[in-house]
Design a protein around this ligand. Structure first.
Ligand code: ZN
Length: 246
């Protein structure tokens, strides 16, 4: 293939733009914020589960306290009734003894029930403290997620802006170059990790860095300036300039 030396040199400008575009695409795929957001999503999911469990614990203890309170109430009412009967007097001696006995037993029962209730209330306080601590961690993690999302969006917007500049610069450059040259360059670029054309420097192919030697060096050196030369090793277009060291 033939192409003016100037067109071949401008192919390097096109390559520089394409390399930057490839780097921007890579940056978009590998933004640190993406990995961070994955991690935060897992943390939020785990904390949400923890919060549900902690809330269930608090609710269960609330139910236990209410049940205990109802039992205490029953005993209190019973005690009040007994005391009223006692106050009213006029009770036969045997019944009096029975009531006094019952009042004693009910009093101890009430104290026991109240002790248990206090113990449950203490457990509820601990459960509530745990719930609040989980809620605090969940809120902090959600805030971090919002901040990370904002950072990601800012980075994506920056990449999109740079891509737009590069694409705007690429269009007229590619349009000015011979179509067959650009087509060949694009084909090689796609099959060679993004690098289609490279400058020969210090007698080496700029694509694979292999030094040109012997007959191959003679071939490249003696090729007419408008000949599009390709590397024997990596098949990339080798752009020759005065600094190629051939
Ligand atoms: Zn090469």
């Amino acid at each position: 293939m033939k192409a003016e030396p100037e067109a071949q040199r401008r192919l390097l400008d096109l390559q520089a733009i394409d390399t930057t575009l490839a780097q921007l695409a890579h940056r978009r795929r590998t933004l640190p914020e993406l990995a961070e957001l994955d991690k935060l999503a897992r943390e939020i999911s785990a904390l949400s589960d923890e919060r549900v469990r902690a809330q269930v614990d608090v609710d269960d203890l609330d139910r236990d306290i209410a049940k205990q309170e109802r039992e205490v109430d029953t005993v209190r009412q019973r005690l009040a009734k007994d005391r009223q009967r006692l106050d009213e007097g006029r009770l036969p001696a045997r019944e009096l003894t029975a009531i006094e006995h019952e009042i004693g037993a009910l009093g101890r029962r009430q104290a026991d029930l109240e002790d248990v209730e206090i113990e449950i209330m203490e457990r509820r306080e601990t459960a509530q403290t745990l719930l609040e601590s989980i809620e605090g961690r969940l809120a902090a993690t959600r805030t971090r997620r919002e901040e990370t999302e904002a950072a990601r969006d800012a980075a994506l917007a920056e990449i999109a802006k740079e891509e737009e500049w590069k694409a705007t610069a690429r269009k007229p450059l590619a349009a000015d170059l011979p179509t067959d040259l650009v087509t060949l360059y694009d084909k090689i670029r796609e099959s060679s990790g993004g690098l289609g054309a490279a400058l020969v420097q210090h007698g080496r192919c700029g694509g694979c860095r292999i030094e040109l030697a012997g007959a191959d060096r003679v071939r490249v050196k003696s090729a007419p300036a408008d000949e599009v030369v390709r590397c024997e090793e990596c098949r990339r277009i080798m752009v020759r300039t005065a600094e190629s060291g051939l």
